[in-house]
Design a protein around this ligand. Structure first.
Ligand code: GDP
Ligand code: MG
Length: 319
């Protein structure tokens, strides 16, 4: 059964890139309305691009959750080009160009497929409810589709339901799972998982973690302990620390990312729930203000709803 689902998923992926782009575009509709319809409105009455208009544009950008600092940065670049801008389409083109250069900063080419170590360990972190477990399920399916042997470690032992949810995803993705009972020591589960991955010749390991109480020291300490335990078993691991951020939280994602990055050293970001949010500008804000590569975007709850972040595709969907 898992194989059939996997095969189906593979077929869905071969319908790329139109399928995903269309859905991304649909998901970003609310954000796009702010950026396009509202920009058209700025020009009603044959207005010229002056300080007033730019100020209104800055407000629009902030409304889409691009953030105050990034919006100011965009306006500053745009204001240097105003002689060339006489209407909404030219303004949108100028914005697209500036936004693309921000998004392209960390990711000249989608590069997350590179797996050099075996096993390659990816520890997934983030606050509760952002989509860690779902993203792990999607990533497991992606790697499994590429012919890799995948193992998932259930180090979120906070609730039995979390372990059960992860088991369902592992089954769906055609991945193995290492789990203990709920309330087990998350680091001990990680230790056993890595040991199993080495023994079984696994290619990719995805470590699920808890996300509660991110402002409290104990969660960070627990995550650090998991990280240390993994390193004890495999000195160069974890090879990736993937931080999951929820687009619907808008600007709140930034302080979250700072805390996790300071404490654990994040190597990549996945932004989830870009379907149906008016806060899609947060992607621009994240790329602009964090020194971390945006690797994946999620646009739904299904197994095929995750892709490597592609700046060009994203800008095309945004306008
Ligand atoms: P975790 O607590 O970080 O592990 O989060 P979960 O993976 O359990 O996800 C929390 C909720 O968000 C679930 O209901 C998921 O189905 C949902 N979710 C995750 N990713 C996405 C996404 O990209 N889009 C939408 N609409 N929902 C998502
Ligand atoms: Mg979870």
């Amino acid at each position: 059964m898992a194989f059939n689902r996997l095969k189906k998923n593979k077929d869905n992926q071969s319908a790329e890139p139109i399928g995903f782009f269309k859905r991304l575009k649909k998901g970003l509709t609310k954000t796009r309305e702010i950026l396009t319809t509202d920009i058209d409105l700025l020009f009603t009455g044959n207005r010229k691009v002056d300080d007033n208009l730019l100020e209104e544009l800055e407000e629009l950008l902030i409304t889409s959750d691009i953030g105050v600092q990034t919006s100011m940065r965009l306006i500053e670049s745009i204001s240097k080009k105003t002689v060339k801008i006489s209407g909404p389409d030219q303004l949108k083109d100028a914005l697209k160009e500036e936004i693309f250069s921000i998004l392209n900063k960390h990711s000249p080419v989608p590069s997350s497929g590179k797996i050099v170590s075996k096993p390659h360990i990816i520890m997934v972190i983030g606050v509760n409810g952002v989509g860690k477990t779902t993203t792990i399920g999607k990533l497991a399916a992606k790697y499994a589709c590429e012919g890799k042997k995948v193992l998932i470690i259930a180090s979120d032992t906070f609730r039995a339901a979390a372990i059960e949810q992860l088991s369902i995803w592992a089954d769906r993705a055609g991945a193995e799972i290492v789990k203990h009972r709920d309330n087990a020591d998350p680091a001990a589960v990680a230790y056993d998982g890595i040991e199993a991955a080495i023994a079984r010749g696994v290619d990719v390991v995805l470590v699920d973690t808890a996300g509660r109480l991110h402002t409290k020291i104990n969660l960070m300490e627990e995550l650090k302990k998991i990280k240390r335990t993994i390193s004890k078993k495999l000195p160069d691991a974890p090879h990736e620390i993937l931080l999951v951020l929820d687009a619907t939280t808008g600007q709140n994602a930034l302080p979250q990312a700072k805390v996790f990055h300071d404490e654990l050293g994040v190597t990549g970001i996945a932004v989830t729930k870009l379907d149906g949010t008016a806060k899609g500008g947060i992607v621009v804000s994240i790329s602009s203000s964090l020194p971390i590569q945006l690797k994946y975007i999620g646009i739904g709850e299904k197994i095929g709803d995750l892709r490597e972040f592609d700046p060009e595709q994203f800008v095309a969907a945004l306008f």
